[in-house]
Each structure stands twice: as C-alpha cells, then as structure tokens.
Design a protein around this ligand. Structure first.
Ligand code: OOG
Ligand code: NI
Length: 479
C-alpha cells in the first residue's frame, strides 16, 4: 500500500501532493474570492481555539500539526467518462494517492458514483493527508435518449489533459518517479486540468436541457474540464465557524453534516457555504449569449475517531433515526436537537468506545512500560496492558467520507432539494471497471494500522523482557 520510496533523483510523491494542494489553493482563492474569506475565518477561529485550549495546542505541537493547521484537507471534482476517470487515477498515483472506498450517490438522488483518492500509509498521511473526492457521472441515468447521446458527444469531444501531462504521467510510470523539473511541470499541468472555464462548450438551449435532467449533469457535461468545485480546510471548531460565517457575508448551508458535537469526536463533520452563481458564456461566435452557472463553493471539515464496522452501523442507525424523526416524530425539535438526542446512545469516552469495539485505536508503549514489567506482559491481552499503563491507546483519525453527508453537501449546492429517483443497480462493478483497478476497503486500512501497532507493541515488550532476562542472567553469574 502507499507509494514506495523513489530513488534520490526523484521527488517524493508526498512532496508532489503537497505542492499540488498548495497550487490548487492559490488558484481557487484567485478564482473564488469568497473561499479566501472562509480561509481567513477558519484561521482566526483555529488560533482562538488554540489560545483557549493549551492542552490541544500542546498535543498538536507534539504531533507536528501546528504549523499546517490551516491547510486544505480535501477537494472535489466530477468527471464525465470512464477514460477520464482512469487517467485521473494514474495522475493521482503520481502524488501517492490511491482510490479508497466506493460511494453510490444515486441512492441520494444524485446521478454520480464516487471514490476518494488519498494517501494510505501512516507516514504519507502524517506528511499531508490531502484527498480528492472524485465523482463519475452516470450517463445511463439520463432517461431521454436524445439528450444522453448529446451529452456523450459533448464529453467525447473534450480533451481535459494536455499532451505534456500525458507524457509526464507516462514518464512517472516508466521511470518510477519525476525529476525536480518534471515535478514542477507536472504540478502546473495537473492544476490546469481543474481550472475554471467561464465559457460553456454547449449552447444555452443544450445547457438548459442538461440542467433540466439534473443540474449536476450540466455541471459535468457543459464545460471544457472538471473544474475543482470546492476545497476544504480543517477547522478546530466547526460550530464556531458555522456560526460566524454570516458575519463575513458568507451564506452557510443550513446544518452541519455528520455526527453532533461530542467530547470524543467521531468520523467527520462538515459544512459549506452555498455555491455561487457565476457568469457564463454559452454558444460560440455571433451566437454567444450570457448566462450563469452555480457550482463552486467552500467547505470546512473536522475529523474524529475512525469507527469499526460495528461503530459505523450504530452511527448509520442513529443518524437515520434523527433524520426520520424529522418526518414522523417530534416536529418541534430542530435537526440539531434530534441529532443530539439520537446520539446519546453512542458512547462518548474513548475507553468505552474501545472496549465495545466501536472505534479503531493505535497502541504505543506507555509510562509503566519503563518500570519493571512482568514476564507475561508480552502475551497479555492488549486491554490488560492498557489498564496497567504499560500501553497507551490513541484514536485513529477517520480519513474518508460519508455518503449521507456528501449527499447533503451536493444537495445544498444544487439549490435545495434537487433529488431525482434513480433505479439503484449494481453500479459498483461498472465504476471499478472504469477506474481500472479495485478500490481499497477503508475498514481494512484502519484495521491494518491498528493491528500493526499492536504487533509493534508486542515486539517491543518481548525485546524488553529479553533484555531483562539477559541482565538478570549476568547478575546471577556474578558471585
Ligand atoms: C462532492 C461532495 C462530497 C464531501 O466532502 O463529502 C464531498 C461534490 O460536490 O462534488 O466533497
Ligand atoms: Ni467536500
């Protein structure tokens, strides 16, 4: 898993990813000034949160996170064809990002399915966790045959990757890396793929019909490339940023997606500002007419503990209950109140979360391991070691996305309740075929991280016990 080390002549994939995410941020701030305003607000709230919470500050300082606190954690793009998706996969591989997870958004009335390209190894995540939520249009969900063929033709006409970029990706694949000069050119060409085009590739009538089928279809089909539709920095206090967005003239979406505020954060909470209406030119030459398109926004996220399958099932159940209550139950209570009430059933301290197998944890030797430890330590159940302070447990952070939340983000940026009814079918296989490789299972990745930390702890304890035996042997040899 993850990228192997390139030879010294080549750039580290982690460094290419960092350069790419920084260049994307610069471009997006220039394209969408309100995004810059959001970044400023996030930076202010983050520094106020740190000033008020020295413990948090010390922890982030120790984990090296402090100076990178305000950088983007993810972005999102939407592509139109299998060929585009499979090349995107090769492009992200240059930056050590591989497809993790499969999200079927058609169940939420959005005609796409998606994966997240992201780093996987612990070292790569620590270096820079930047990920790109990538959706593929499901053309087969356009009912009107004529319109579907028009959309297909428009997508077939466009070339979203430059020859230089194709060449650089092939070089990377052939040589196992990119030189410094190639890296600079790669980043420049890769960022260009995701830039904004203010002229549509179709006339106003076609745009209107595509948009009528679903606004997302127009967003994907009617443009020269898959423009980045949002970037997402990390906030240390999402409720505060949400509350303060209006003060800066930012129209926030109505609710924060994901779990409620908790003492022990789980999974992912996110919110965004509503997509902006931007001027567009439709058609070409004499025929060109002015109109608008709404697609681009800014988002923030706050991440917590990665849940096991069991924890995730409980999360899904409680979230569904809170949402269902809005339809059937207590109509007086706000969504936040219903959510908080439903999640009372989700344990909110790390010990219970661990003991009940709801979350993934990483283990490392604790303070008591420095003292004399009993011979049986290396084989004791991990929970006993934690209880004795020989081993400490740390929550593993959730690095993926949530389909219900993603649907909520899509929805709020499509101007309210744009939902279509789609047949749910076995689309996953088609997605994987388009991608060209299988997607990794996110639970397997967390499980593996947890398991290898336990193995490392046991190896270290065994080592200590061996040393101890050595010493006592030497002592007993002395007269
Ligand atoms: C992607 C929406 C999903 C998230 O954070 O859940 C997403 C999109 O609008 O293309 O980015
Ligand atoms: Ni997002």
């Amino acid at each position: 898993m993850g990228a192997s080390a390139p030879s010294a002549a080549y750039s580290w994939p982690d460094d290419i990813r960092t350069a790419f995410s920084q260049a994307m941020s610069v471009m997006y701030r220039a394209e969408v000034p309100q995004y810059g305003t959001l970044l400023d607000l996030v930076a202010d709230v983050n520094s106020q949160t740190l000033a008020a919470d020295p413990v948090l500050r010390a922890r982030l300082n120790a984990s090296d996170d402090l100076d990178r606190i305000n950088v983007e954690r993810h972005g999102a793009i939407r592509v139109g064809t299998a060929a585009e998706l499979s090349f995107i996969r090769r492009l992200f591989a240059v930056m050590g990002m591989v497809p993790v997870g499969y999200y079927d958004l058609s169940v939420a009335g959005v005609p796409v399915h998606s994966t997240a390209f992201r780093p996987v190894s612990e070292a790569a995540l620590a270096s820079n966790p930047f990920r790109v939520f990538t959706s593929l249009l499901r053309l087969e969900l356009i009912d009107d045959d004529g319109l579907r063929r028009e959309a297909e033709a428009a997508l077939a006409r466009r070339r979203i990757f430059s020859d230089e970029l194709l060449d650089l990706v092939e070089r990377f694949e052939g040589n196992g890396g990119l030189t410094e000069d190639e890296t600079a050119r790669f980043v420049r060409e890769a960022v260009r793929v995701f830039q904004w085009h203010s002229a549509a590739t179709v006339d106003a009538g076609t745009y209107r019909r595509l948009s009528g089928a679903h606004r997302l279809i127009a967003d994907i089909v009617a443009f020269r490339g898959p423009h980045i539709n949002h970037l997402t920095p990390r906030t240390l206090d999402i409720d505060e940023v949400q509350r303060r967005m209006p003060e800066r003239g930012i129209a926030a979406k109505a609710v924060i997606e994901g779990p409620p505020r908790r003492a022990c954060p789980i999974l992912l909470r996110q919110t965004s500002f509503k997509a902006l209406e931007e001027p567009i030119l439709f058609g070409s030459g004499e025929e060109q007419i002015a109109g608008t398109h709404t697609a681009r926004f800014g988002e923030i996220e706050q991440r917590g503990l990665a849940l096991t399958r069991k924890g995730r099932a409980l999360y899904d159940e409680l979230l569904a209950a809170a949402r269902q209550d809005g339809v059937q139950g207590d109509r007086e209570a706000s969504y936040e109140e219903r959510l908080a009430a439903a999640f009372k059933a989700f344990p909110d301290d790390h010990e219970t979360l661990r003991l009940q197998g709801l979350g993934y944890f990483k283990y490392a030797l604790g303070n008591a391991a420095r003292r004399d430890i009993h011979d049986t330590a290396a084989t004791m159940p991990i929970e006993d070691l934690v209880r004795l302070g020989i081993v400490d447990a740390y929550p593993i952070v959730y690095e993926d996305f949530l389909p219900v939340s993603a649907a909520g983000i899509f929805q709020s940026n499509l101007g309210g309740e744009e939902r279509r009814l789609y047949e749910t079918s076995a689309a996953r296989a088609a997605f994987i075929e388009a991608l060209g490789v299988p997607v990794l299972d996110e639970f397997d990745i967390y499980e593996q991280t947890q398991r290898s930390s336990i193995a490392a702890v046991r190896a270290a304890l065994t080592q200590r016990l061996l040393l101890k035996t050595d010493h006592s042997d030497q002592r007993s040899e002395r007269p």
